[in-house]
Design a protein around this ligand. Sequence first.
Ligand code: NAD
Ligand code: DAU
Length: 342
Amino acid sequence: MKILITGGAGFIGSNFIRYIFKKHPDYKIINFDKLTYAGNLENLKDVEDNPDYKFVKGDICDKKIVDEVISEKPDAIINFAAESHVDRSISDPHSFLKTDMQGVITLLEIAKKYNIKRFIQISTDEVYGSINETSCAEKHPLNPSNPYSASKAAADLMVHSYFVTYKMPVLTVRSSNNFGPYQYPEKIIPLFITNLLEDKKVPLYGDGLNIRDWLYVLDNCEAIDLILDKGKEGEVYNVGGGNEKTNLEITRLILREMGKDESYIDYVEDRLGHDRRYSLDSSKIKETLGWQPKYNFEQSLKKTIQWYRNNEWWWKKIKSGEYLEYYKKQYETGYKTQKRIS
Ligand code: NAD
Ligand code: DAU
């Protein structure tokens, strides 16, 4: 199987590529990524020499290069590429609409042209919006409330429209908040861990009582692989970790594990339009595909803290800005010297 993974240099995409090579050593992967501030080929150092792996730098909004890469006729496309950080979407919504919606239409159009047999859109629980009680199953109305989630919801609707209109073999995965190694240190868990490693305070928004449902990234990778293999065309699958916690609970767990007290909490102004709670009903993937999250939350959080302790080389360069300045310059858009894999 040859898979085109877009956004594979980011957090979940890079974990997914590593997961796939371990689980299916016979698969071939093309990683197509724009290398925005969040894309980092150092996430994939251990796979870059694999003869079945190839990186192509490009933007999913750029029809020419997308056509070139899809003309290699992958068996499946999995679209992880996105602007993914809610706070950035509040200050710069345009780039979100462009990549998270227009980029998806570009991919869909060209996947249609080459008759690609499977197209998986990586979406998010945020498209359902905030919910105070109960949980959202796949049929729950979309009610996004920030520019990031609104762009992702628009993409989900476009993906669905390609199923209905063109009978394209599309599937959508909506997962809850992921955590684990190689997550860009702007998201709450890696930001708080790395701040504490630098003996800095952690900025907790508002009253700290907003709730997110945490999913270890490898549980998500397993779900996506299962959906790739057995998911039904046209369907949406929720993937939730079943670990609903307030941000204050998460902060206290991190503080305790890192031997710091609550004086390290800096209660700061709330995020604009801050969604109070996300909650997914993941019965469908459990009942129809037999998926279950395997990783215990507390243990995985400890393992994640340990990973950031052991890998200062990775996050210090990002936090200082050194990575952006020196490392990305060597990659040019397109194939140029890149190998082709059959
Ligand atoms: P990330 O920000 O770590 O990575 C995004 C990747 O996409 C980066 O490598 C970036 O360079 C690339 N990219 C951005 N714009 C691009 C473009 N125009 N063309 C090509 N590549 C581009 O994000 P992540 O946390 O790994 O999230 C991956 C996907 O999963 C996103 O679609 C996101 O919406 C979704 N998601 C994330 C979470 C989470 O908790 N992180 C939860 C649910 C869903
Ligand atoms: O729910 C899935 C979504 O999870 C994904 O679709 C997004 O791509 C991903 O970024 C994530 O969005 P969140 O906004 O939930 O993640 P973030 O880590 O930014 O924030 C988690 C919670 O922590 C949220 O309630 C805001 C709060 N927070 C966040 C930061 C960065 C803080 O209190 N302080 C912070 O500094």
